[in-house]
Design a protein around this ligand. Structure first.
Ligand code: AMP
Length: 479
């Protein structure tokens, strides 16, 4: 039909091809992306059983076990379904990466549910590439892969020694700098497909670095309670992504959230009534309230969203911050969004020195009075995984930069002595992976893991402390 399409594009009437008038052509963002395979890293968690015998599981676990996944998306993945359904995340990750490497010339998409999973995948690759290469070279699967589903699936793919492939992967991974490693290993990749907005935006620079500039597609905003919206401009930059609400997935209302003088999305406890989907106002902040067919009645989701436009009458929102995340001492409240903006500014000090901030978290230290905010930063050199030399002056400068960008309430508390100087603890590469392992061991699903911007558990703080390689403070007299 191409000749007809060309003729219509050049001015002939669309009735030469169709009964309806053509009003618009839709272009594909990435040519060739509908061919080839997806290296999507997906994981499940064991299902639980209630006393009455009903199953209880994470939404992603439920979905990956459905027939529609098996007969739909799964057909385009490099990972055999049994490697995804393996309950041991480590064996699953190893096998999924191995099959991805074995089919490296067919992979056109790299992705997962959330960006945090991809960050973890890259760390896993750093730790295991030698073993993966050796499996490919010998044609034998490592003997610690004992899951029957994985073993069986791998026996159909890892069928012979492939020295040539192992050599080329080894050569790429031996390079001291892993900049662009994703595109080097999978040269046909067109885009990275994962949620990279909100708390996931902390992984943008890490994935840009390893991805070598491949664009991101942050496709969807949804939750276990309901699907909310989709990204109609898939190639927009991570910080420009808006999600268009799908008016038919639930009944949506929106609770207005006030803004203070500095433009923060802080809650103001107004008595405002929720408004309907079509009545939200451009530029304003809201919390979503859902009423679902499954039975939730006016349930406040709690994520804060900002209206950025409309598609027909359906509002488009930028994701501002995740539900219930507040770092707080006394009456000062620092939201996830504020923290992320402040840290983004401070990390610019490190970038010219070739130092990368790969991930961060924070907590409010209140065992001593006055309390203080503590930031945890995982740092590494751009070209390698070496720990950067930490210059105390520069690190203090970072502390100052973060504190300076805090709001009026913080500054006045700091000045009056109700909050003491900000502390920055630098942890070594891999420490945040241990944090993720900890949460996963407590029952969180890898596929739905969100890195905590703010820690509330002492055990979690202990884990990050155990990887600490330096601590720094803002000058006491800064304000
Ligand atoms: P869950 O409770 O595991 O189903 O996760 C749902 C939550 O994940 C949402 O309420 C958001 O906080 C977060 N989330 C989901 N999609 C996005 C997105 N596109 N951008 C940022 N955060 C998201």
């Amino acid at each position: 039909i191409k000749p007809y399409i060309d003729r219509i594009a050049n001015g002939e009437t669309s009735s030469i091809l169709l009964a309806y008038r053509i009003i618009q052509f839709l272009l594909r963002c990435f040519s060739g992306s509908d061919e080839g395979k997806s290296l999507y890293l997906y994981f499940i968690k064991p299902e639980m059983e209630t006393p009455s015998g009903l199953k209880a599981s994470f939404f992603t676990t439920f979905y990956f076990k459905t027939e529609s996944f098996k007969n739909g998306l799964a057909k385009f993945l490099t990972s055999p379904i049994d490697t995804i359904l393996c309950l041991d995340n480590k064996q699953s990750m190893f096998c999924q990466l191995l099959t991805g490497l074995l089919q490296r010339d067919e992979v056109v998409r790299f992705g997962s549910t959330f960006a945090s999973v991809l960050a973890r995948t890259i760390k896993f690759l750093e730790d295991y590439w030698r073993e993966l290469c050796s499996n490919i070279r010998t044609g034998y699967l490592s003997d610690w892969i004992i899951d029957p589903g994985c073993k069986n699936a791998m026996s159909l793919i890892l069928t012979r020694p492939n020295r040539e492939l192992a050599d080329s992967i080894q050569q790429i991974c031996e390079d001291k700098s892993w900049e662009g490693i994703i595109v080097k290993l999978w040269p046909k990749i067109k885009y990275i497909h994962c949620i990279i907005t909100g708390s996931m935006s902390q992984y943008v620079s890490l994935l840009e670095f390893y991805g070598g500039g491949i664009p991101f597609v942050s496709p969807i905003y949804n939750s276990s309670e309901s699907s909310f919206g989709i990204n109609l401009k898939p190639v927009s930059k991570p910080f420009d992504v808006s999600y268009t609400f799908l008016p038919n997935t639930a009944y949506f209302e929106f609770l207005p959230v006030g803004k203070d003088g500095e433009g923060k999305a802080q809650e103001t406890w107004t008595d405002d009534e929720p408004v309907d989907l079509a009545n939200v106002k451009l530029g304003r902040y809201y919390k979503v309230v859902v009423t679902t067919l499954a039975g939730l009645y006016r349930y406040t989701v709690g994520d804060v969203l900002k209206v950025t436009g409309f598609y027909n009458k359906s509002p488009q929102f930028q994701f501002v911050e995740r539900r219930n995340v507040v770092l707080s001492i006394d009456v000062d409240k620092t939201t996830e969004e504020d923290l992320s903006k402040e840290i983004m500014k401070a990390k610019l000090i490190l970038e010219p020195l070739g130092i990368m901030l790969t991930t961060y978290s924070s907590y409010a230290y209140t065992s001593l009075t006055p309390g203080r905010y503590v930031l945890f930063w995982e740092l590494k050199m751009k070209g390698s995984n070496d720990l950067p030399k930490l210059d105390a002056k520069i690190m203090e400068q970072c502390c100052c930069m973060v504190e300076e960008s805090f709001d009026f309430t913080y500054k006045s508390h700091r000045k009056g002595g109700a909050i003491s100087a900000l502390e920055l603890r630098v942890v070594k590469h891999g420490t945040f992976d241990e944090l993720m392992d900890f949460y996963v061991s407590k029952g969180v699903s890898v596929a739905q893991y969100k890195p905590p911007s703010c820690l509330k558990s002492e055990e979690a703080v202990k884990i990050l402390n155990s990887g600490m390689v330096g601590k720094f403070f803002s000058p006491k007299t800064m304000f």
